[in-house]
Write a protein that binds this ligand. Sequence first.
Ligand SMILES: C[S@@+](CC[C@H](N)C(=O)[O-])C[C@H]1O[C@@H](n2cnc3c(N)ncnc32)[C@H](O)[C@@H]1O
Length: 242
Amino acid sequence: MTNKDTLYRTTEGPIKPFQFNQHVADVFPDMIERSVPGYPLTISMLSVIAGQYAQENSNIYDLGCSLGAGSMAIQQGLKTKMCKIIGIDNSPAMINLCNKNISQYTKVNKIHFELSDILQTTIKDASIVVMNFTLQFVPLDKRLSLINKIYEGLLPSGVLILSEKILFDDEIENNTMQKLHHHVKEFNGYEQLEIANKRDALEKILIPETLNNHQDRIKKAGFENSITWLKCLNFVSLIAQK
Ligand SMILES: C[S@@+](CC[C@H](N)C(=O)[O-])C[C@H]1O[C@@H](n2cnc3c(N)ncnc32)[C@H](O)[C@@H]1O
């Protein structure tokens, strides 16, 4: 049973910058499912990707794991493969809940949740690195060094899965996608006030880029190519192989 997200149903201002604090952690599954079009499919496909790309005795990282939905999907896809899944987040509220919830799952003994900054953490012997809607919260000037570090930490043929909210160079396309995203939130039960408040809270915190920006950076880091395997409005997921 997940708690309903009503955090931004308030007329009291000013709206504070968004933080992944206890209030957000408590409603996070409802918040992300109602806000990110295609999120459930992104998560369930991680099981398929893990089954396909996990290498025996390697590490698998879920960077910015929040409540561990991605880590658990990966775990389910591994079947009998032996890997170490490492979910990392710098929000104590998120990691505390991950560790609390882990006891509810019998098979998750291979997931290790760590409270740490992904900009500081070591990535090594990885067959898969997932960054599901996390890079968009990393300062722009730190993104290339992070992707470089991931590339260096991947084993040969290892993959990066990068999911992000994106912008479009074409103004009409950009406006259309943003409008449709707004309507998705409305359709999912958010009021206009909540949508506007959350947009204010996320301004300067969630910095989206274009698909080209992401592809260029991934290429610069050394990956041969990056393939868009999922796109839903202004949300995409890419797979890049070393
Ligand atoms: C949108 S959520 C990710 C959702 C999650 N990956 C999923 O699929 O359910 C972004 C997460 O990244 C974390 N985060 C942002 N910057 C981080 C950093 N520098 N180091 C570690 N975690 C970070 C936040 O605390 C938050 O939990």
